[in-house]
Write a protein that binds this ligand. Structure first.
Ligand SMILES: [Zn+2]
Length: 243
């Protein structure tokens, strides 16, 4: 091999990996551009495979529930929101990874900032949208509320979006409260299982004012409810056992 050919080969070897990297990078950002539909208070971004009629069903679900949620959470100024909807799982996961830095497997909805919900379309997307709306409404009254604490963050969204659970039918083993540490985990069903009973308990025992104060204080049980965490757990376990 002549030295000139060797130089050429080295150059090619340097260029080839560089081109691969470029292609890889281009792939990771070249997602399909969405179709935009503007409704009053909501802008929809519809990605490949999502029709206008799907958007209308989600929009109707949001408009049916938004005033009730805003009234209960005492939200006076809700910003206009973006509702982004995907039907391609790979693309949804890819964008989630870019935005959140991780993928929560099987997730069908998450927030991007304080004014956008990102939804993966399936048969319950219309109610998923209301759940995400409730999260966004709770962020208006406390901008630092996101997953702080996780148990209350999910409890509020579940209760406000009326994901009603008839826990009176749970067995005595199912009614054993696992504690807040278990409920503050990610990739765990625990905050979703306990969200409704916890919110219902707080509202039944202390009422709306204390419930709002609990959100405003990021779950400070002592200052919002006037008892300590152990007392809360004892009281809650009693409430569960009696129901
Ligand atoms: Zn949630």
């Amino acid at each position: 091999m002549k030295s000139k050919d060797a130089k050429k080969l080295i150059l090619i070897l340097i260029i080839i990996p560089f081109q691969f990297t470029c292609e890889k990078n281009n792939q990771s950002i070249s997602y399909s551009s969405p179709k935009i539909i503007d409704y009053p208070e909501f802008q929809f971004k519809l990605y490949a495979g999502i029709s206008e009629s799907i958007a209308k069903v989600i929009y109707d679900s949001l408009t049916t529930n938004k005033d009730r949620i805003n009234n209960h959470l005492r939200v006076s100024n809700m910003p206009n929101l973006i509702v982004s909807v995907w039907s391609n799982r790979k693309e949804f996961d890819g964008v989630e990874k870019q935005r959140l830095g991780t993928i929560y497997p099987g997730t069908t909805g998450y927030l991007n900032g304080h004014a956008e919900m990102c939804l993966f379309y399936h048969n319950a997307t219309a109610s998923d949208a209301v759940h995400e709306f409730a999260h966004l409404a709770s962020l208006v009254i406390n901008p630092n509320f996101s997953n702080r604490p996780r148990w209350l963050w999910e409890a509020v969204a579940i209760y406000e979006s009326r994901e009603i659970v008839d826990f009176s039918k749970w067995s005595s083993i199912e009614k054993e409260f696992p504690g807040f540490t278990a409920l503050n985990q990610y990739n765990s069903p625990a905050p979703y299982k306990w969200g409704y009973p916890l919110a219902k308990f707080i509202l039944d025992e202390w009422g709306d004012e204390a419930y709002i104060n609990l959100i405003l204080t990021n779950g400070n049980i002592r200052s919002a409810l006037g008892i300590n965490e152990d007392e809360f757990i004892t009281k809650f376990q009693l409430y569960m056992n009696k129901s």
